[in-house]
Design a protein around this ligand. Structure first.
Ligand code: GDP
Length: 460
C-alpha cells in the first residue's frame, strides 16, 4: 500500500491500526475497555497512551500482557493502535488511500449468539476492503459450568474446563467456524492456524474475565509482524497523511478535526489540505491537541498542545476554516510540495470514492464519506439506482432534488445517521417525497424495499 521505498533511510515501522467490529451487544466496547484496563493495571503509568480517537499500546505493554506469547525481542513493530470507536460505521469512515484505514480488524462474535445481521455486514465490509481480521469468540465465561482460569493462555484454560463445559463451548465454536465457512472464509482455533493470511484465527475470549485477551494481543502482534511489516514501513519524516474521524466544535478552538494519521508527521504551523463538502480546504494548523491525562470533563483544559505528531496516531487539529470538512475525508500536510499538487491529490482521492449516480433514482444522504460509499455499494447490490449521494444533513435542496425523480418509488430520500433540518421537514410533505432514516444500512434498505413492494402491490 505504501509507495515508499522499503530500503529508504528514513523508513520507520509504524504501529498497525486495529479496528473492532461486530454485532451490537456482542462485546466490542467491553473488549476494548478490557484491553485498555488490563494494560493500565498490568503496567506502570505510561503503559498505554490515550490519543484522540485511539489508544496506543506499546510493544512492551503488549508483551507484558501477553506473557510468553509475545517475546519483545522477536518484534520490531512498535505496538498496536486501537481505534476507540468500535463498529463498522467508524470502520467505513476510516478510509485511506486505496481502502480501509485500519490495517487489521477484530470481529467480535458472541459465542452464544453466533452470526447476526451486523456480523454479516461487518464481514462483507472486511471482504470488500480486503482487511485481514481475526475473530474474538467472546463471552466464553457464559458457557454453562465455565471455570475461570486467570493468567493462562486460553488454550490451557480450555483444557482445565469440565468435559461438559468444553463440549458445549466447542459446539458453539465449531458453529462459528461453519458460519465463517459459509461466508467463504476458512478458519480455525488460532493455535492450529499456520498461515493467518489463508486462515482466520478464532480466539476464544471473555471481555468480562479477561481470559483470552493475552492470546488476542499475541495473535494481532504476530500477524502484523509476520504479514504486514512491509506495509508498516513509512517515511516518518515525510509530510503527514491522515483521515478525518470526526469534525467537532470545541470551545475555544471552533471547528476542529479528529484525525487518524497513518503516514508521516504533522507539525503545528503546517499548511494542510482537507477534503471539504464543496471543495478542498487549505488552512494552517493552529494547534495539535492530545487529551490531557486525567482531565476532568468539565475543566477548560481538556487538551495538551503538542508540537508534532508522528504516524500512526490519533490527534485533534485546530485550524481556521474547518467547518466544511467531511468525516472520512483525507488530510494532507503540504510540506515542501506545491499546494496545487496536494489539492489535486485530495480531489483525486475523493473522486475515488465510488458512488455511481444515474439520471433516475433515489437521493442518499449520509454522515460520512465512508458510510456514503457503504450505502452506495449496498444499494447497487440491491439494484436501487441513485440520483444523488452526498454527505450532510437533509436540507430542503435534497427534497427538491428527490421530487424531480420520475418514478414514485424514487421520490425518496434515504438518510443514514443524519438529521433532517427543520425547514426540510415541511418540504417533504409538500413535495410528496418519502424519507427513510436508520443507522443500520441493511435495515434502511430493508425498509425502503418493503415500501417499494407495498407500493407495487397497491398498484396491482
Ligand atoms: P457492544 O455493543 O458490542 O459494544 O457490546 P458491549 O461491550 O456494550 O457489551 C454488551 C453486554 O454484554 C454488556 O452488558 C457487557 O457487560 C456484556 N459482555 C460483554 N462481554 C462479555 C463477556 O465476555 N462475558 C459476559 N458475561 N458478558 C459480557
Amino acid at each position: 500500500m505504501s509507495d515508499t521505498d522499503s530500503t529508504s533511510q528514513s523508513d520507520t515501522l509504524r504501529t498497525p491500526i486495529v479496528a473492532v467490529l461486530g454485532h451490537v451487544d456482542h462485546g466490542k466496547t467491553s473488549l476494548l475497555d478490557k484491553v485498555r484496563g488490563s494494560a493500565v493495571s498490568d503496567g506502570e503509568a505510561g503503559a498505554i497512551t490515550q490519543h484522540i480517537g485511539a489508544t496506543a499500546v506499546p510493544l512492551e505493554t503488549v508483551s507484558q500482557m501477553a506473557g510468553a506469547l509475545v517475546n519483545p525481542d522477536d518484534f520490531d513493530l512498535p505496538g498496536l493502535l486501537f481505534i476507540d470507536t468500535p463498529g463498522h460505521h467508524s470502520f467505513s469512515t476510516l478510509r485511506s488511500r486505496g481502502g480501509a484505514l485500519a490495517d487489521i480488524a477484530i470481529l467480535v462474535v458472541d459465542v452464544n449468539d453466533g452470526f447476526q445481521p451486523q456480523t454479516e455486514e461487518a464481514i462483507d465490509i472486511l471482504k470488500r476492503t480486503g482487511t485481514p481480521f481475526i475473530v474474538a469468540a467472546n463471552k466464553v465465561d457464559t458457557t454453562p459450568g465455565w471455570n475461570p482460569q486467570q493468567g493462562e493462555p486460553i488454550q490451557k484454560s480450555l483444557e482445565k474446563q469440565s468435559k461438559r463445559a468444553k463440549s458445549k463451548l466447542d459446539e458453539s465454536l465449531y458453529q462459528l467456524i461453519g458460519e465463517l465457512s459459509d461466508k467463504g472464509f476458512s478458519s480455525d482455533f488460532y493455535w492450529r492456524v499456520q498461515n493467518f493470511q489463508k486462515n482466520i484465527g478464532v480466539v476464544p475470549v471473555s471481555a468480562l474475565t479477561g481470559e483470552g485477551i493475552p492470546d488476542l494481543l499475541g495473535v494481532l502482534m504476530g500477524l502484523s509482524q509476520r504479514y504486514m511489516k512491509d506495509e508498516m514501513a513509512i517515511d516518518v519524516a515525510g509530510p503527514g497523511y491522515g483521515t478525518v474521524l470526526e469534525v467537532k466544535e470545541e470551545r475555544g478552538f471552533g471547528a476542529t478535526l479528529d484525525v487518524v494519521l497513518y503516514d508521516g508527521t504533522i507539525h503545528a504551523g503546517d499548511t494542510i489540505v482537507v477534503g471539504g463538502a464543496n471543495e478542498p480546504i487549505v488552512t494552517e494548523v493552529r494547534a495539535l491537541l492530545q487529551p490531557r491525562p486525567n482531565a476532568e470533563i468539565r475543566t477548560e483544559k481538556r487538551f495538551d498542545k503538542v508540537d508534532e505528531v508522528r504516524a500512526a496516531a490519533g490527534v485533534k487539529i485546530a485550524a481556521p476554516d474547518l467547518e466544511g470538512a467531511m468525516a472520512g475525508a483525507p488530510v494532507r500536510v503540504v510540506g515542501d510540495r506545491d499546494v496545487d499538487e496536494v489539492i489535486r491529490e485530495v480531489e483525486a482521492e475523493l473522486a475515488d470514492i465510488e458512488v455511481t449516480t444515474e439520471e433516475e433514482g433515489v437521493v442518499v444522504k449520509a454522515d460520512t464519506l465512508g458510510s456514503l460509499e457503504a450505502m452506495a455499494n449496498a444499494l447497487q447490490e440491491a439494484e436501487v439506482p441513485i440520483l444523488r449521494a452526498e454527505v450532510g444533513d437533509i436540507a430542503p435542496r435534497d427534497v427538491a432534488v428527490a421530487s424531480t425523480a420520475r418514478e414514485p418509488e424514487h421520490k425518496v430520500i434515504l438518510g443514514f445517521n443524519v438529521d433532517v433540518l427543520s425547514n426540510a421537514e415541511d418540504e417533504l410533505d409538500k413535495n410528496d417525497v418519502k424519507l427513510f432514516e436508520d443507522d443500520v444500512i441493511y435495515q434502511l434498505i430493508d425498509e425502503y424495499e418493503e415500501f417499494v413492494d407495498e407500493m407495487k402491490r397497491a398498484q396491482q
